[in-house]
Design a binder for this molecule. Structure first.
Ligand SMILES: *Cc1c(COP(=O)(O)O)cnc(C)c1O
Length: 384
């Protein structure tokens, strides 16, 4: 819900822009940190969800680590001030340049996704006379029951080492003088709302940890990844149930004494703290359809075009209770997939109305592009 003060502030700003509610971000961070602390769990924030400087600084101040998926994210995390020992680096295609830079920055751990990558990291670390800390990202073949395009932990996905390659992995680890084995890593998908999925994941993690232990490896870290979903249908449901989430891992992981449990949450932390604010350029009444044409498009928010994502849409210039009409809410980009919602019920809308597209804090601003030579999307922040 936006206050009249918020809406008055929006009226003076050039649209479109991402509006960040920093007090909500702070409350989400506190809820997450407090719930994790109960079990002494460590949370790394998955930077790819949102790497806005202001957002990152708040997350760093809350004491979270950083989970990176590119060399530039690793560099950015260090620049923002995340401690080197709290930075992890995952990704199915790390380049030699990225690996070298991360070695120079002495990060906590590489989450390694293939036997060949182990070989390359060992060689590059050797040239620098360094020992690279590595965890093996295993593809556990657990169905995340989420959208097909954001599932990552099935045999058909490109991510992680498949179970049948683990013997080769173990051999490579034993033969590599410049690698230190830290543990096992998993990440099975995003926007997971069925928490039973995580019970299944825990069962698999226990099996894989045991597999390594039986071969003489010490598993110091169980990194269970992220993926906890948010309620896109109800943006007012602002903070995910972190307590229930962490409790599952406490209940179902067979954690050894001195073993650390690491999490990599992105969406759950930042998803609800931002909305994309846009203005209506035109209202076009067709024969069977009415269109609202916004000044924001898929260049500002790509999720609907990329994976048919749902975002709640609200007209901030009209009052509750006014007569409603069904509209297809679209952007100005020359693509038919440039559509934020079909048959959206909104108060009768006019040119110039302010429209809020909710729950855009995760995978929103970070995916914006210059397609059609669009301007870089701007941002605005709450006064806290
Ligand atoms: C994207 C990603 C995450 C975070 O996913 P969310 O759904 O935003 O929590 C965590 N770990 C890895 C390796 C990722 O690629």
């Amino acid at each position: 819900m936006f206050s009249n003060k918020d809406i008055a502030q929006f009226a003076d700003l050039e649209t479109p822009f991402y509006y960040y509610d920093l007090s909500l971000l702070q409350r989400s961070l506190s809820a997450c940190a407090n719930a994790a602390k109960v079990y002494d769990f460590h949370v790394h924030y998955a930077m790819k969800a949102n790497f806005n400087d202001t957002v990152l600084k708040k997350i760093k101040e809350a004491g979270l680590g950083a989970d990176c998926v590119s060399g530039n994210e690793v560099k950015k995390a260090i620049e923002i001030g995340f401690a080197q020992k709290q930075v992890v680096f995952a990704g199915v295609g790390k380049s030699d340049k990225e690996i070298n830079e991360a070695l120079d920055l002495d990060i906590f751990c590489f989450n390694v996704e293939s036997v060949q990558e182990l070989e390359v990291i060992n060689e590059l670390a050797g040239k620098k006379n360094k020992i690279a800390k590595v965890a093996i990202r295993i593809n556990p073949n657990v169905d995340a029951h989420t959208h097909h395009n954001i599932t990552t932990g099935l045999d058909e996905n490109k991510f992680g080492v498949n179970s049948w390659d683990l013997p080769d992995c173990a051999e490579m680890l034993k033969a590599s003088a410049n690698l230190e084995f830290m543990g096992v890593h998993f990440h099975i998908g995003s926007q997971i709302t069925n928490l039973d999925v995580y019970k299944n994941l825990c069962v698999r993690i226990n099996e894989f940890a045991k597999w390594f232990e039986e071969r003489g490896f010490m598993v110091k870290v169980l990194n269970v990844g992220g993926g906890l979903g948010i309620d896109y249908q109800n943006p007012e449901q602002q903070i995910p149930d972190f307590e229930a989430y962490f409790k599952i891992f406490n209940d179902f992981l067979e954690k050894r004494p001195n073993q650390e449990v690491h999490f990599e949450l992105g969406r759950a932390i930042v998803g609800q703290c931002s909305s994309l604010i846009s203005r209506v350029l035109y209202v076009k009444n067709g024969k069977n359809k009415n269109f609202i044409i916004l000044d924001a498009g898929m260049t500002e928010l790509m999720r609907p075009a990329l994976y048919q994502a749902y975002h709640q849409i609200e007209n901030l210039s009209k009052q509750d209770g006014e007569a409603t009409v069904k509209y297809d809410v679209v952007g100005p980009i020359c693509e038919s997939t440039d559509c934020f919602g079909k048959e959206v019920l909104l108060q009768e809308t006019s040119r110039g109305d302010l429209i809020a597209i909710r729950s855009t804090g995760a995978y929103g601003e970070v995916m914006s592009s210059h397609y059609n030579l669009r301007e870089k999307v701007s941002t605005a922040f709450s006064q806290e």
